[in-house]
Design a protein around this ligand. Structure first.
Ligand code: HEM
Length: 137
């Protein structure tokens, strides 16, 4: 992926995470996006979950930066956890996930623009593509 997109994404992620409500707002949007999503998180500890998501957003950036260098081994466990044998998160859920994330970025990044939104879509697209491709593992 081109350096400008990675930079645009990284700066926007930094601005979003300066907002202490960023991860709460994301989960508010995501859980409201479908009863099927809310059901998956029925027994979740959100203090831990928010921390895990925060770290994994940086892993998504790493995967986009390493695009073309083979399968990202640091995403293997995350793919297994979301795959058919465990959480069974199919491709349709990732559309809701990305829409919820973009809605949250629009609220939290004071410098959001079409280019910033595209950078989020492109960077997340790499990680999401990988997770979906490992669904049946
Ligand atoms: C690229 C997108 C995603 C990322 C980066 C991500 C990240 C994570 C991380 C880091 C964890 C914690 C893993 C662990 O505890 O071992 C997790 C758990 C989970 N994720 Fe995702 N996730 C993504 C997409 C989704 C989607 C689309 C769904 C659909 C509902 C989902 C549902 C869940 C659930 C239910 C859990 C377990 C919560 C619990 O422990 O109760 N995730 N995710």
């Amino acid at each position: 992926m081109d350096e400008a997109t990675l930079q645009t994404f990284g700066k926007s992620l930094g601005r979003c995470t300066e907002n202490p409500d960023f991860l709460d707002l994301f989960y508010e949007h995501f859980l409201a996006s479908s009863p099927k999503v809310a059901e998956k998180f029925a027994r979740t500890d959100f203090v831990k979950q928010k921390q895990a998501l925060h770290s994994s957003l940086n892993l998504m950036l790493r995967a986009a930066r390493d695009e073309g260098s083979g399968p990202p081994s640091y995403l293997t466990e995350l793919a297994q956890r979301h795959g058919s044998k465990q959480l069974a998160v199919g491709a349709e859920y990732y559309d809701l996930w990305l829409d919820s994330l973009l809605a949250t970025v629009r609220m939290c990044d004071p410098e959001v623009s079409p280019a910033v939104e595209q950078a989020w879509e492109k960077v997340m697209g790499v990680g999401i593509g990988y997770l979906c491709s490992r669904y049946n593992d």
